[in-house]
Design a protein around this ligand. Structure first.
Ligand SMILES: [Zn+2]
Length: 484
């Protein structure tokens, strides 16, 4: 996510410098073109294998045994309540005897606006008992845990079904709300909190503005049943809605690699276009919006195309961008972005999250910089920021690599993770040379696609660029011993 008026102090400074930061960037030391992996010596088989591991020619494929999630939402006529059923087929890669779901609407900031998620019923042949865990959230709790009647071995599957009710609070800059005939909810269901190779993410909620979830990509189907006069814009490729029946229509979408799902429902005027790279963009705005749907689609297409040139092909077939009737910034979801205000730089930041969060996942609690510093860097790299501005952002106290539990407040978090984090990545690029750094970053994306990356993966990608790694160590993004 990001805030509309820049990421508060430091990130805002990065974007409003007077002279061009790129003017101060040294020419790359080698002639390596962006996107070209470091060359291997043909006779060195071990070296070639290592390079192929670090920079695979093909983007990593999603786990074929990833979860299969079906979400069935029904929005009440007064737009205040969503009832739903979630079906999950889960196949762990390490043994476990439970399933843990994160109830994001019950986090302190969302709950403070009146949002609440309850689980009403659970079904599943392997389920023994179920209940809430607190995790620093409000209402019934922040986690919902299904205890299985035995251990589920790696590679063994179980299917569970959860009925839930989501109450939508007053509209604000949040991932849930209702305002002006419009309703939206993202992470508005029990979110499977599995980190492949690690286990369940039970991280506490925090009082600052930002995400704390970790979730695997899942083969996801979404149906949304709404009053017939409203349009639905969601994560995933959307089909035409069903014919109206009893004053309602059902909208269906599918995204085979969604970590999470966003839904917006309202009297949207929509526009669609397909980019040169084949990405289908759909935007929606309400009457009186500051931008038309066609212009918003053009902005989105520009961001998609520009960022694909830098980081590799856009991760999804589709991208949906509803402009909500609230102000504040933007919130990223897989193949969908909730925009709160018509702001191009916010939009570019959120589009960058499709690579850094959507495709290359991270623990948003443990390593928030892996998505936020990278998305801010993506948004800022072509912008005008002077050396002085960059140095000021880098001088901010606090480690770029700190967890969400280590910040005293939202300002401190934004200054360290967004502002200092982006500045550190820019300085690392300066130190290594733009060509080699951009190539290394593309390798990082390629290798960690559809997985949950860690700072070690960043360090591994920069193994041949010690000057860049030193900058990130100095900024507290990487540890001294984060080496390949
Ligand atoms: Zn962000």
């Amino acid at each position: 996510m990001t805030l509309r008026r820049g990421a508060l102090a430091a990130a805002a400074l990065l974007l409003c410098g007077c002279t061009s930061f790129t003017d101060t960037v040294a020419e790359p030391e080698t002639g390596t073109a962006p996107g070209t992996p470091p060359a291997a010596t043909p006779s060195d088989d071990a070296g070639a294998a290592e390079d192929e591991d670090r920079c695979p020619a093909e983007r990593a494929a999603p786990d074929p045994a990833r979860p299969v999630v079906d979400l069935d939402f029904r929005l009440s006529t007064d737009l205040r309540t969503v009832t739903g059923t979630e079906t999950v087929v889960f196949t762990p890669d390490t043994a476990t005897d439970e399933l843990v779901f994160r109830l994001v609407p019950n986090g302190p900031t969302a709950a403070g606006l009146g949002n609440r998620l309850t689980v009403d019923d659970v079904r599943g042949d392997d389920v023994d008992q179920a209940g809430y865990e607190d995790a620093g959230a409000e209402g019934p709790g922040g986690l919902y845990v299904l205890q299985l009647d035995g251990e589920l071995a790696a590679g063994e599957s179980t299917e569970v079904e959860l009925d839930f009710t989501l109450s939508l609070g007053q509209g604000g800059f949040e991932r849930f709300g209702t305002a002006e005939g419009t309703a939206w909810w993202a992470s508005g269901f029990p979110l499977l909190a599995w980190e492949p190779g690690v286990g369940w993410a039970r991280d506490p909620f925090v009082g600052i503005l930002g995400e704390t979830a970790t979730s695997p990509v899942a083969d996801t189907t979404v149906t949304v049943d709404v009053p017939e006069d409203l349009t639905v814009l969601t994560t995933g490729a959307q089909e035409e809605p069903s014919a109206a029946e009893d004053g309602r229509r059902t909208w269906t979408s599918r995204e085979p690699v969604a970590r999470d799902v966003s839904v917006a429902v309202g009297p949207f005027r929509t526009a669609g276009l397909t980019t040169a790279g084949g990405v289908e963009i759909t935007t929606g705005v309400l009457d009186g919006a500051a931008v038309g749907p066609g212009e918003l689609a053009d902005w989105t297409a520009d961001a998609v195309t520009g960022l694909a040139d830098r980081f590799g092909a856009f991760p999804y077939d589709t991208l949906t961008v509803p402009l909500l009737p609230v102000e504040g910034g933007g919130i990223e979801y897989p193949s969908s972005i909730l925009m709160a205000g018509a702001d191009r730089s916010v939009l570019e930041h959120e589009v960058a999250h499709m690579w850094f969060y959507g495709m290359v996942g991270g623990s948003q609690f443990r390593d928030p910089w892996l998505d936020e510093a990278f998305a801010t860097y993506a948004e800022a790299v072509d912008d005008q920021a002077s050396r002085e501005v960059l140095d000021r952002a880098l001088a901010v106290s606090g480690d770029v690599g700190a967890s969400m539990g280590e910040f005293g407040g939202t300002d401190e978090y934004f200054a360290a993770v967004y502002g200092k984090g982006a500045a550190a990545l820019l300085a690392a690029r300066d130190a290594a040379g733009a060509g080699p750094f951009d190539a290394a970053l593309r390798c990082y994306v390629q290798r960690n696609a559809w997985a949950i990356a860690t700072p070690d993966d960043v360090a591994a990608a920069l193994a041949d660029l010690p000057a860049a790694r030193d900058v990130l160590v100095a900024a507290g993004a990487l540890d001294e011993d984060d080496t390949d």
